[in-house]
Design a protein around this ligand. Structure first.
Ligand SMILES: Cc1cc2nc3c(=O)[nH]c(=O)nc-3n(C[C@H](O)[C@H](O)[C@H](O)COP(=O)(O)OP(=O)(O)OC[C@H]3O[C@@H](n4cnc5c(N)ncnc54)[C@H](O)[C@@H]3O)c2cc1C
Length: 302
């Protein structure tokens, strides 16, 4: 169950309150405030707070680049210019604070993004819930044969059933033992900070995660990408939808230049120029390695 009854009540209470403010607000984001968007089997993301909008990005850019921005009159054009030229600080003027519930193995990937502020649920202080990520059958795959860091075909039949059974049984047994160790019924009870060491990495944790828009885009570019592991990608996809409602012009530029765009090396640009002149360029004549050539072909043919 992603949202507990207590949390649902907390969300309803928070959403029933109205505050007046002179600060800029975004209707699309006000609709998201506090609401939980479910991710995986027990996870969610929800917006706790935000600061800034598309105008805040332009306002900062116009202060900082002054006359340089005069040629770009409208906000959307300015934002596209900033994104195209990798200007970062105007995007840092916007901030978002999310409440995220996620499996620990996803949290380990997520926490590598250091340019954010985090406050995590304390499993020293509190007892973790009996909630484990058990993949849906269509997300239980074999090891990829072409990419060491990926998954291949979906497991089927008896093997899939066995894997699911192992995941469920191990999670249950580990949590039963966790409860047995911390129990103070007829015994002292092991400290929570020690008992947790026996829990598997598919148990859920929660944190508040605050990040500025520039670093959020960096996170989303890496984690909403097809190379990212499915279990973190679904969180990134959910955040993308929120960001699209928060800063539509910035998100549209990000989608175009970063998610949909491609970066070409000097050799790749040279190959494109030769191809445009009618030359038949091959991997052998491109000067690129096999891997580079494969990725270049992916950009051209996708
Ligand atoms: C598909 C994929 C596979 C990955 N595989 C692995 C793996 O096998 N092993 C592994 O260990 N990691 C792996 N990672 C994690 C990856 O190497 C990065 O740690 C992670 O993506 C965070 O990126 P970042 O450091 O740019 O982000 P952030 O920490 O948010 O930093 C953003 C930017 O700020 C700057 N910055 C932040 N901190 C510093 C600093 N201390 N010094 C200098 N500059 C700084 C850098 O320019 C950085 O790019 C993988 C990531 C992805 C997306």
């Amino acid at each position: 169950m992603p949202i507990s009854p207590d949390q649902a009540q907390e969300i309803a209470d928070a959403r029933s309150q109205q505050n007046t403010t002179m600060r800029a607000t975004v209707p699309g984001m006000e609709a998201h405030l506090y609401t939980a968007h479910e991710v995986l089997d027990h996870g969610f993301i929800r917006v706790i707070d935000y600061m800034g909008d598309d105008s805040a990005i332009c306002q900062a850019a116009r202060v900082s680049y002054g006359k340089g921005t005069k040629s770009v009159q409208n906000d959307e054009g300015l934002i596209r210019y900033l994104m195209r030229h990798w200007h970062s600080t105007p995007f840092e003027m916007c901030e978002i604070k999310l409440h995220v519930k996620l499996p620990v193995f996803v949290a380990r990937q997520w926490i590598r993004h250091r340019t954010a502020n985090v406050n995590e649920y304390s499993a020293r202080y509190s007892i973790l819930d009996r909630e484990f990520y058990i993949p849906a059958p269509e997300h239980i795959n074999a090891q990829s044969v072409v990419n060491n860091q990926g998954r291949g075909k979906i497991l089927e039949g008896e093997e899939a059933a066995r894997v699911l059974e192992i995941l469920k049984a191990d999670s249950t047994r580990a949590y039963d033992n966790y409860e047995a160790m911390i129990s103070d019924d007829g015994q002292d009870g092991l400290a929570r900070e020690l008992a947790r060491m026996n829990l598997p990495a598919n148990i859920y944790t929660q944190w508040y995660w605050k990040v500025d828009l520039h670093n959020l885009f960096h996170f989303l570019r890496l984690r909403a990408d097809s190379h990212a592991q499915y279990e973190i990608r679904v969180y990134a996809d959910a955040i993308c939808k929120v960001v699209a409602d928060w800063v539509p012009a910035a998100y549209s530029a990000f989608e175009d230049y970063r998610l949909g765009g491609a970066q070409l090396s000097g050799k790749a640009v040279d190959c494109v120029r030769r191809m445009l002149k009618g030359e038949e360029v091959t991997q052998e004549t491109s000067g690129m390695s096999k891997g580079e050539w494969r990725e270049f072909q992916g950009v051209l043919k996708a």
